[in-house]
Design a protein around this ligand. Sequence first.
Ligand code: SAM
Length: 312
Amino acid sequence: MLIDLLSQLQGDWPEQQYTSVSSLRHRQQYSQVFTPFAVAEFMAAWGLKVRGGVKKVLDPAAGLAVFARALKAQGAASLQITAYETDAQVLHRCQDVVDYLRPSMDFEFHAQDYLQSGWEATYDLILANPPYRNFRELTGREQRVEEWSEKLSVTLSPATNLYVFFLLKAVAQLRVGGRCAFLIPSDFLQQDYGEAVKQYLLRNGLQGIVAFAAEASLFAEVLTTSCIVLIEAGSVAETVEFITVNGMDGLQGINATLDCHNEQSPGVLRQRLALSALQPAHKWNDCFQIKTTVRLKHSTLFSRWARISRSP
Ligand SMILES: C[S@@+](CC[C@H](N)C(=O)[O-])C[C@H]1O[C@@H](n2cnc3c(N)ncnc32)[C@H](O)[C@@H]1O
């Protein structure tokens, strides 16, 4: 019985359970798209390699605490985990998970908007899959763009999507040498608003980006291209790894030091580029060895039929 519960918590069961009892409308309202456990484990394993060790961890958009569960499954103990979550339904469903985590971890849930929390605390490790929302759906976005631009000395575009605010704030909350792994859509790599984001990441310890190939849809309910952005604060890496994986199989072919298990791991394509060669104004999709944009079967490019312009 206990073994059953353990194996369920070290897998996708809490999210599957929650998905079966909550409405799609509710999940969409909170942008609830859950990280597959195997992906969370990869991010946790990479994150645990922080020089000087990991004690303080942040998950700014926790859901059912998949990253804390993945850290525990990787054998991490005695961590102080701070988690933010705004949905009361998720918090209510999370009790089993919290009971499972608490004996070996100091796990603190804040029923609060992470973006409105303070900026002062610093962390050794930040793992996240933040909510995805288009900039048009955001309330108070001009104010947020202004605040983030001023705090981080970047010029963010008014067309910046919600997940970027989570990413940039989290990077600013890393201690020197601390690590952050973010699972986010990969649209910032090629869209104009992403220029300031790429500039900020290059200045703040970008180590690599693991992109999922267009065919590898990670989420059942959402069609999006995804990537994992890996940062080590204050690091002076001369190169950045651009890795494309074909899905879970490919991801399992690379280890926590971003090396392939085998000389030629199937489902993994990698390219290491000099930091000095990376231009924030360029479309970084070209840095990967294969296409990472979504192209549906039987579809044609929109640009063949019409042009579109976006007003802020
Ligand atoms: C994309 S889901 C990811 C959940 C979980 N981290 C995972 O990877 O499976 C984002 C979560 O953030 C919560 N959320 C949405 N807006 C938030 C905010 N402003 N601050 C904190 N949490 C938020 C949502 O309710 C949702 O559970």
